[in-house]
Design a protein around this ligand. Structure first.
Ligand SMILES: CC(C)(COP(=O)(O)OP(=O)(O)OC[C@H]1O[C@@H](n2cnc3c(N)ncnc32)[C@H](O)[C@@H]1OP(=O)(O)O)[C@@H](O)C(=O)NCCC(=O)NCCS
Length: 217
């Protein structure tokens, strides 16, 4: 992949990024997808970080991207720490499993460190992330604000080793993804893309298990 470039997203990429996101996420976590709507809305949200929105370009075609929002950790005394949360992250299906996801994560983490961030936390399939330095939230004593537990899918990556000092933290995500709760708005936005069949895939059950189960010991 000699002509592979990694660069910041520009306004001219918006539609291509949304098409790529729809393509990569379609039927993976639910029948259909809402991540392309999330991408579209996220860029207007105050927690969106355009300095960390990277695209991967191969011979002029967008084949991957990563986007971030701010998120927070709150300790038991109410002290807050601003952190990062990435997603969506995707690679075009025909280019997956060739370490391009890894490249996007490592490149953006380097940029994030330069901005002064030292922790990234996001929900995800552990299989995609454990070899990238992510560990269970339980190991870093970070519980989920919404449920007060340690979801299997909640993964912590210290960009600077030792950034979390073992105290009990609560993870407070951005509200940017709340837009996806409006199913009618998601449908209306999706109608602007070519029709595609929604169907069940085993990966949906896999992620249901990760998201709704908890690490207890
Ligand atoms: C998840 C995604 C971004 C990963 O990008 P990628 O370029 O395919 O992944 P990479 O090649 O960098 O590999 C990532 C890890 O996945 C796992 N992996 C790689 N090949 C795999 C395979 N054939 N089967 C299962 N897991 C595999 C490995 O843990 C790998 O790490 P490794 O370096 O130890 O091998 C990409 O597959 C994608 O876009 N998927 C659809 C959208 C999505 O799920 N996004 C993430 C939301 S949480």
């Amino acid at each position: 992949m000699k002509n592979l470039k990694i660069r910041l997203e520009t306004e001219n990429d918006y539609r291509a990024v949304e098409e790529l996101t729809r393509e990569a996420f379609w039927n993976v976590y639910k029948p259909g997808a809402d991540e392309h709507y999330y991408v579209h809305q996220m860029r207007k949200h105050p927690d969106f970080l355009p300095e960390l929105a990277f695209v991967l370009e191969l011979d002029g075609r967008l084949i991957g991207n990563i986007m971030y929002t701010r998120a927070w950790l709150e300790d038991e005394n109410g002290a807050r720490k601003e952190i990062l949360s990435f997603g969506p992250l995707c690679v075009a299906p025909e280019f997956q499993r060739q370490k391009l996801g890894k490249l996007l994560i490592e490149h953006s983490f380097e940029a994030a460190r330069k901005m002064g961030y030292d922790v990234n936390i996001n929900f995800g399939n552990p299989g995609n992330y454990v070899s990238r330095g992510f560990v269970s939230c339980k190991k870093k004593n970070v519980c989920c604000f919404a449920w007060g537990n340690y979801p299997t899918a909640l993964l912590v990556c210290e960009l600077v080793p030792g950034a979390l000092d073992g105290r009990r933290w609560m993870f407070l995500p951005s509200t940017a993804a709340d837009c996806c709760e409006d199913a009618a708005a998601v449908e209306a936005f999706d109608a602007g893309f070519p029709p595609r069949e929604k169907k069940w895939m085993p990966s949906q059950e896999e992620f249901y298990i990760y998201r709704n189960s908890s690490v207890v010991r």
